[in-house]
Design a protein around this ligand. Structure first.
Ligand code: CTP
Ligand code: MG
Length: 238
């Protein structure tokens, strides 16, 4: 049985994308975003438990998409779990964590919205969790000059770019570390303030390190992002 699990959080509604469908079901090159992200997870080096956290009214659809992807990749259906998500991303992560199999010791949390993430980035996160024992998040250097600006518009200063990283998913953790950090956040009322998994784990005092991210792991948030994903796939196909 697999020792790595990937929780794909796909339960958001995609308000900023502005489609009638929840974002994970929006089509990109005629396939739902969820189907693209499943391809990258099934493309990982070794078999993993896949937990898809879907909008509660779309669990059956998510199951059908995931079962078809598993069949395409000749993967055992046993390691595939579909659960209903919650109101916030953190609620959805929690509902995913509750479905982890007993033998799993490394957990990746991944946004379905990062539909073009290469499998190699997921493998690199697993490797780094295992070699360091830390929480691991992929990040890219920030290329723009960043200013701190007052409400009035006055420039307060330039932020040192060398200290900044634009972080992505999958974010990976030793299972025990993630569980302890989530329990700590619940006990200390920290859940609302900490929106990403790495922030929650670091807040509980655990080490989290950044490894090189991948430009293809960008998050599809707006219609322009979906256009960009479409162009990338189009270019790859010609
Ligand atoms: N997500 C989730 N459950 C929620 C909210 C978000 O599983 N209650 C997931 C989304 O499906 C997405 C990831 O978290 O894969 C990142 O969230 P975001 O890009 O903000 O997606 P949405 O919340 O769907 O988009 P929006 O904020 O524009 O509504
Ligand atoms: Mg959101």
């Amino acid at each position: 049985s697999p020792t790595v699990a990937v929780i794909i959080v796909a339960a958001g509604s995609g308000i900023r994308l502005g489609h009638a469908e929840p974002k994970a079901f929006v089509l990109l090159h005629m396939r739902p975003l969820l189907d693209h992200v499943l391809d990258s997870i099934f493309g990982m080096r070794s078999p993993v438990q896949i937990i898809v956290v879907a909008p509660s009214e779309r669990v059956a659809d998510a199951r059908a998409i995931a079962a078809a992807a598993a069949a395409r990749h000749e993967s055992p259906a046993a390691a595939l779990t579909i659960v209903a998500g919650g109101r916030t991303r953190q609620d959805s992560v929690d509902l995913g964590v509750a479905a982890l199999l007993p033998g799993v010791d490394v957990v990746l949390v991944h946004d379905a919205a990062r539909a073009l993430t290469p499998a190699s980035l997921c493998d690199a996160v697993v490797d780094a969790v295992r070699s360091t024992g830390h929480g691991i998040i992929p990040g890219l250097p920030v290329v723009d000059t960043i200013k701190r600006v007052a409400a009035s518009g006055a420039i307060l200063g330039t932020v040192d770019r060398s200290e900044l990283s634009a972080v992505q998913t999958p974010q990976g953790f030793p299972r025990a570390m993630l569980a302890a950090a989530r329990a700590w956040a619940v006990q200390n009322g920290r859940f609302e303030a900490l929106t990403d998994d790495a922030a929650l784990v670091a807040d509980a005092g655990h080490p989290v390190s950044v490894i090189a991210g991948d430009a293809l792991a960008f998050k599809i948030t707006t219609p322009e992002d979906l256009d960009r994903a479409d162009l990338i796939l189009h270019a790859a196909a010609t």
